[in-house]
Structures are given as C-alpha cells and as structure tokens.
Design a protein around this ligand. Structure first.
Ligand code: ADP
Ligand code: MG
Length: 448
C-alpha cells in the first residue's frame, strides 16, 4: 500500500462512500520527490474540486499517518498527456502556465463557457450586453471606443469581456485580441522591465487590434504601470483599435488613477451593470438549471432568488449544491432543501480576502512579483516580502502555521513563526516599515 492509498482509506471514512466514489476514485500516486507528493486524478475538474473542498481533510489524514507535513500537488493529464498541476491552497495558480514561453497577456485564461450564448440578458445588463455585442461584431466603432463597463461583484463583467474575446476568436480570427486583467498587465510590465524586454512588452500590447482590460480599478496607485498603459492606450486609440475596460466603479469615482487616464476612460461609452432584481435572478436560475437538465419548481426558484443578493456566483453555487444533493444524496429539490443549501452557503461564505490577494498586494508594495514571493529565491528584498506576506496571511486570515507553510510552497511551520517574529520586530523598530505593512493590511478592510 503506498502512502496515497493509506490516506485514501482515511479520507473514505471521513467523507463517506458516495463522495469518495465521485471525487477520489481513480486517483493515484504519481510520484514523490522529497516533501512533495504528486497525485494524479483522471480529470482536471476532479483535481480542482478536491483541491478546493477536501484539501483540509486530506491534510489531516496525512498528518495523522505520516506525523509530518507533506506538500501535495494534484495533477491531471490533458489529452496530449501533458500534466496540469494544481497546488492546493493556491487557487488558480497553474504551474504549466507559469512555465509557458510567451509570458505576455492572459489568453490562456479565457473561459470557454463565457460566451454571449451563455449570457442571460435581462434589464440590469441589457445595455452592457448590447454594447459588448456590438463591439465584438464591429470593433473600433468610435461610438463605443473605449467601452467602459462597471458594476459590483459577480454581475457578469468578466463574462462579458471574455465573451467578446471568444466571439472574435471564432468569427474574426484574423484579429489580434488581447485579454488581460489589470494585475496581469502589471505583472507583464514588471517582468519585462526586469528582463529588459520592455520592447517586447510594448510591441505585444500595441500590436493588438483589441485590448480587453479587466478590473482596471486595481491599477490605483501603480503609477508607472498607469503611465505605460497611457501610452499604449493612446497608440491603440489613434489607430482606431478597440479598447474595452471593466471596473467596480465608474471612472469619475476612481481614486489613485492618473487624471489623463480617467478622462480617456470617460471619453467613449460608460455603462453600468446594476444588480439583478428578482425577475432577472429567476431567469438566470432557470436558464442555468435547464442547461444541466435540472428541474426546479417555480416556488423554489423564487425562494432562492428572494434570498440571495446580487452576486450571480451565489446563484450558481446554490444550483451546484442542489444538483449534488439530488444526484448524490437523493434529496429532492424543494423549499426545505433549498433553505438548507442557502444556510450552508451563508455559513461557508468566505470573506473574499484570500491568501492570493494578500500575496499580490505585498508583492506590489515591495516591488517584487508574486512569482518571486512563491519562489525559493532568497535575495533580501524577496525574502522580506515573503515574510511580510506570511505575517499578513496569519494576521488577516488566521490560518494555522502549517497551512500557511503549505501555501508558501511547502515551508514548515517554524519558517512561518520565524517570518512572523521578524516582521513584528521590524515593525517595532522601523516606522516606515510599520506604516507600509499596516497600509497593506488596512487596504483589505477599507470600504469602497
Ligand atoms: P464579475 O466579473 O462582474 O465579478 P463574472 O463575470 O465573473 O462577474 O460573473 C460571475 C459568475 O456569474 C460567472 O460564473 C458568470 O458566468 C456568471 N454570470 C454573470 N452574469 C451572467 C449572465 N448574465 N448570464 C449567465 N451567467 C452569468
Ligand atoms: Mg471579474
């Protein structure tokens, strides 16, 4: 029996036969090297789901068996036999992508399901949808250039933006379309600067026919990145290239963004996606249920719509849970089971602060990249940034030392304690440093 088989025995007891069959069956030990244990799943979905939902269980069982900590890496092979790796606890960091040759843009993160066909249109998003669709069909029309879409969390901004990319990819394949989040844009910029490949960066972003930039509000206070965007923007605009931007607030409310950029964001079409009302939520639920051949009675649809707020992700989560309940536990879909799911989701609603976000902000403040923080490099700047990140993850999320160690690519808990001590001491003696760390911390609690 190998170590994974032993762990599986324990996991089975904890999660029950049904869940076990559904997610763990077919997984096997692929290799171990030192402290790293690589597990292969027969689909990426399973690997992701297990990493997301059952990582803690696995960890506990592993710890009780091995008595020490292992770093798990989950993987699945794609149809060409390439490994896609997932490090649990670091969501969305795909190791295969990290080593990809072209380091610019974010094409590879386009979601196939984010299409216009899958986008439910209702009052709250009708205009945004129409504008995005026009842009996709006829990029560069002055009326819509730039197109600036803003709205709250989970109202469909990213979906629409990627729908434009997916649409043009299919119908106008000769167009060079670049989708990037503001974070990615910044990371590309910083990396190019560091590698002395600024030319390559500028060329890549200026030679596009369409630039889709997601979450530009994140650019606040990144002044050199903003400067770079300003020039790229002008160059694209002058040549009639399409620009689409999203943000969580309208341009006029943006703080820490260069006035010249704000006036450009404002110069085309600015559209809000408001939050979906009751009718719209019911419609979205209905469509999504149909897609999965799930029948949900009208009163249940209404009940869910009335008891969730405007984040469409919540509706999706609710459906997913009802689906699992039905097919795994045989629980019928009715108001009682819907209520149960909603309570469960409410309880589990995690704050949207994640370790990734903390690491990201520390990287920004300390002028290093998140990759460097996650690496094993030990130059002074990087090591300090890494220690601050560990300290803040501990302070803000209150995770266990072991767990934090895992997040940072398998450091042991002593390293984490050491990091926290160093940061605390330095905060006592160095006022600037204290200010810097506290500013990062405060940024997570500031109301927008
Ligand atoms: P935002 O970027 O505004 O935070 P997203 O675009 O990420 O929101 O949307 C959150 C989730 O809700 C995604 O899974 C998306 O597919 C779904 N969603 C949002 N709007 C719609 C819509 N109009 N129709 C169908 N699904 C939607
Ligand atoms: Mg988004």
């Amino acid at each position: 029996m190998d170590i994974w088989e032993m762990i599986l025995e324990g996991v089975k007891v904890r999660v029950g036969e049904n869940i076990f069959k559904l997610w763990f069956e077919g997984s096997k030990l692929l290799r171990t090297n030192g402290e790293e244990i690589v597990i292969e799943f027969d689909s990426l979905k399973k690997a992701e789901w297990v990493a997301d939902k059952y990582y803690n269980v696995i960890n506990e069982v592993a710890h009780s068996i091995k008595g020490d900590n292992a770093l798990f890496v989950f993987c699945a092979k794609d149809n060409q036999g390439r490994e896609e790796l997932i490090v649990p606890g670091i969501r969305n960091v795909n190791i295969k992508n990290r080593t990809k040759k072209s380091f610019l843009g974010e094409d590879r993160f386009l979601e196939e399901r984010y299409t216009f066909e899958n986008f439910v249109v209702a009052d709250f998003n009708r205009i945004a949808h129409a504008a995005a669709y026009s842009v996709a069909k006829k990029p560069g029309n002055q009326m819509y250039n730039p197109l600036f879409i803003y709205g709250g969390n989970g109202v469909g901004k990213t979906h629409l933006l990627q729908a434009i990319a997916n649409y043009t990819r299919k119908h106008l394949p000769s167009l060079n379309v670049m989708y990037a989040t503001a974070e990615r844009f910044k990371e590309d910029y910083t990396l190019s600067l560091k590698r002395q490949k600024l030319d390559e960066f500028r060329r890549a972003y200026r030679e596009v026919d369409m630039l889709l930039l997601d979450d530009v509000q994140l650019m606040e206070n990144w002044s050199s990145t903003q400067e770079e965007l300003f020039h790229i923007y002008n160059s694209l605009y002058m040549r009639g290239k399409q620009i689409v931007l999203t943000s969580d607030c309208p341009p006029k409310e943006m703080v820490g963004i260069d006035k010249r950029l704000i006036s450009r964001f404002n110069s085309g079409l600015v559209i809000e996606i408001t939050t979906p009302g009751l009718e719209a939520k019911i419609l979205i639920l209905k469509r999504k249920a149909e897609k999965h051949n799930l029948h949900i009675p009208d009163d249940v649809l209404e009940f869910i719509a009335a008891n969730t707020d405007g984040d469409i992700r919540e509706l999706e989560n609710c459906l997913k849970n009802l689906y699992v309940n039905l097919f795994i536990n045989g629980k019928p879909i009715n108001i009682a089971s819907a209520r149960e799911v909603l309570h469960y989701l409410e309880k589990n609603k995690q704050s949207d602060i994640t370790s990734e976000k903390i690491i990201q902000r520390v990287a920004e403040a300390f002028n290093v990249t998140t990759k460097e923080i996650m690496s094993r490099k030990r130059t002074k700047e990087i090591a300090l940034a890494r220690q601050v990140a560990m300290y803040l993850v501990r302070e803000i999320l209150d995770y266990s030392l072991n767990y934090i160690g895992k997040i940072f690519n398998g450091k042991n808990h002593a390293t984490v304690i050491h990091a926290c001590e160093i940061v605390k001491n330095l905060m006592q003696t160095d006022e600037d440093f204290r200010e810097k760390v506290n500013t990062i911390k405060d940024s997570f609690y500031r109301k927008r």
